[in-house]
Write a protein that binds this ligand. Structure first.
Ligand code: ATP
Ligand code: MG
Length: 382
């Protein structure tokens, strides 16, 4: 984590040599002080976006209107001009930003004290909000008046629960009280932003703590789709949002209908449906369940569902041992079967091929033309 921070020093140097201020900010500072891994190092500076671009050879204008330029210099760094937020319309993210000249204002617009610290070039901590103290006490505390900050941008409430889960922190009591008061404002937040935070929350160290906060604060009653659930389960193990949803559908606590309001990708919807099917099959404990699962579904989804079902089978080994990988691998095709039986195609053929496929993947039928045709003769009475 120290190496990652040090890799940002040349960027700070170059900005400072040109007469600008520059600091490492946000999650990198927090995780460094907690001795946790650092995902990306964000930099804040007094230089304006055009000035940043002029100073570095390789840059990408990833969000110049809100002050962000990506700098590529032995790694990639998001360099953002000191800014405060413009007007907040409708409790969402601000419509505009205002560039400012000092670091303090930039730190004070940030969401939580533990996210509102900066590191200078000599790795000294700059902390105007008591962030270090809150880190020691493991507290998530809004910067300034919590109600006001949640009214500006209601997503911050879900972020509080996210950091609680990811860091295993406690939400400071006034911050939690403000979440109860401001819960209805969640309805104004774009669902795409909510999903990003929920994914991180559920994948955190303590998803049950984070989900418990969303429940006791009443926030779940304002979340699209979740509001319709009969119960929101507090599951201890980290998992993806898709598997979390699937488990509720499997338990009969949530409905497939209404899921579309989450605006997830088609991949995510497919994963949810597959996970529901996997959970049902694991529950039935039929012979050959694992052989069937590894043939039809992705390994990662199977393994996530096994954890929930308390199933210990070695899915990787079953996957390795697959006899065929797809229908193309079957030693005969539909046309061969029609010729052999001298029959026109039809729905009987679809059914027979599906049964044949299942007999092969479960090892009850050898994937070999003679054996298959013998099996076809015996099953020809469909
Ligand atoms: P992670 O390790 O998950 O990236 P992070 O703290 O870097 O955690 P980000 O979502 O990447 O979180 O945000 C970067 C920083 O920007 C935060 O640390 C915080 O200072 C600030 N920030 C992000 N979102 C908001 C928000 N909605 N309101 C106020 N400040 C925010
Ligand atoms: Mg970050």
């Amino acid at each position: 984590s120290m190496d990652k921070l040090k890799s940002a020093l040349p960027v700070l140097d170059q900005l400072q040599r040109a007469g600008y201020e520059a600091y490492i900010v946000g999650g990198a500072v927090r995780n460094h002080l907690l001795e946790l891994p650092i995902s990306d190092v964000d930099i804040t500076t007094s230089a304006l976006p055009d000035e940043v671009e002029a100073l570095f050879e390789r840059t990408v204008p990833i969000g110049k209107e809100h002050g962000t330029v990506m700098v590529i210099l032995n790694g990639t760094f998001e360099v953002t001009t000191f800014r405060i937020d413009g007007d907040y319309e409708d409790h969402r993210r601000p419509d505009s930003v205002i560039f400012v000249s000092d670091l303090k204002k930039d730190l004070l617009r940030r969401d939580f004290t533990v996210n509102a610290m900066a590191l200078d070039h000599s790795m000294s901590v700059i902390d105007y909000t008591g962030g270090q103290n809150d880190l020691e006490q493991r507290l998530i505390r809004a910067v300034g008046d919590a109600e006001r900050r949640f009214t500006e941008d209601a997503l911050r409430m879900i972020r509080a629960a996210r950091f609680q889960s990811v860091l295993d922190f406690t939400i400071e009591s006034q911050t939690l009280e403000a979440m109860k008061t401001c819960a209805p404002l969640i309805e104004y937040v774009a669902v795409e932003r909510i999903i990003v935070e929920l994914q991180k929350l559920l994948n955190g160290l303590q998803p049950s703590r984070g989900m418990n906060t969303l429940t006791v604060s009443g926030i779940v009653n304002y979340l699209p789709y979740f509001r319709g659930w009969q119960e929101v389960l507090l599951l201890e193990a980290p998992m993806s949002l898709e598997v979390y949803i699937a488990f509720h559908i499997f338990k009969g606590l949530a409905d497939m209908d209404g899921m579309r309001s989450l605006k997830l990708s088609n991949d995510s919807y497919r994963t949810i449906k597959q996970a529901v099917a996997i959970l049902q099959q694991l529950e039935q404990q039929e012979e050959f369940t694992m052989e069937r699962l590894v043939y039809h579904y992705p390994l990662a989804t199977i393994e996530a569902c096994q954890k929930l079902a308390g199933n210990q089978s070695d899915a990787k080994a079953y996957r390795q041992a697959r006899r065929i990988h797809s229908r193309q691998d079957i030693a005969v095709n539909g046309h061969d079967v029609m010729t052999h039986l001298k029959r026109e195609g039809g729905s009987w053929l679809k059914v027979m091929l599906a049964e044949m496929e299942d007999a092969i993947i479960t090892g009850q039928l050898k994937n070999q033309p003679d054996a298959i045709m013998k099996w076809v003769d015996e099953h020809g009475e469909i």
